[in-house]
Write a protein of this length. Structure first.
Length: 244
């Protein structure tokens, strides 16, 4: 497992309509870990991920990805760096099949057909639930199936970092278990991949994250006693520094 710093947020602040949403957030995320960001609705979880993807403008601070200043990378170009993003809305193009939806980000990034085929094979190995859905329309999925498809699409392009916004919300217990197993399988298949998962209900995470951060009113803090909320076997240490 590569333990190098992959993503660094240095005193990142974001305002939306003049209201402070993120407040001087500092964190160092390392390769090879599943990191949960837990906080109530409105705490800043979605804004944090959208800021990393360049969809929200920084008020101050800096975000470095592999040492590269992301402010110098346009939002539409960040996926090409190996960053996959599954937003909470998990939008699928309804006029495309699921397979076409999965292939699309790689094609936009300019990957060859052979490369896209290879990524699709790996994605279907990790998220096997997608195989029977490939020919369906993007509009023909249930909420849970849509979340699995969004995970697959993020995985198609996210070779280094995957950002998942509240993926467990609304999932039936059986599907939540399948989703958890897919993330663990992904970690085994790609040991250098960093996965960031946000959740408002920490109990849904169970034993998925290696490490946990808490976000409240736009401020990040390390969690040292998360086991009581999630389970006795949940690790409580962090591969990153986090403070505001």
């Amino acid at each position: 497992m590569n333990n190098d710093i992959l993503l660094q947020l240095d005193h990142v602040s974001v305002d939306i309509v003049r209201a402070p949403i993120l407040r001087r957030v500092h964190a160092e995320l390392r390769s090879g870990h599943i990191i949960a960001v837990v906080g109530r609705n409105g705490a800043g979880k979605t804004t944090l991920l959208r800021t990393i993807m360049g969809l929200v403008k920084l008020k101050e601070g800096q975000i470095l990805f592999e040492g590269r200043d992301l402010q110098r990378v346009a939002a539409h170009s960040r996926a090409r760096l190996g960053i996959g993003y599954a937003p909470q809305e998990r939008v699928m193009f309804p006029t495309l099949s699921i397979e076409e939806n999965l292939r699309l980000p790689c094609q936009v990034a300019g990957m060859s057909k052979a490369q896209v085929d290879e990524r699709l094979e790996m994605t279907l190995d990790v998220v096997a639930q997608l195989k029977p859905m490939l020919g369906r329309s993007g509009a023909a999925l249930s909420g849970g199936q849509g979340k699995m498809a969004a995970l697959g699409r993020a995985l198609m392009i996210g070779s280094k970092l995957i950002l998942l916004d509240e993926p467990f919300q609304g999932l039936a217990p059986a599907l939540a278990t399948e989703y958890s197993n897919a993330l663990k399988n992904l970690q085994l298949r790609m040991p250098d991949l960093c996965i960031v998962v946000t959740e408002s209900n920490g109990s849904l995470l169970k034993d998925v994250p290696d490490h946990v951060l808490h976000i409240e009113r736009g401020e990040l803090s390390a969690v040292t006693k998360f086991a009581s909320a999630v389970g006795p076997d949940t690790p409580s240490y962090l591969p990153l520094e986090a403070h505001s």
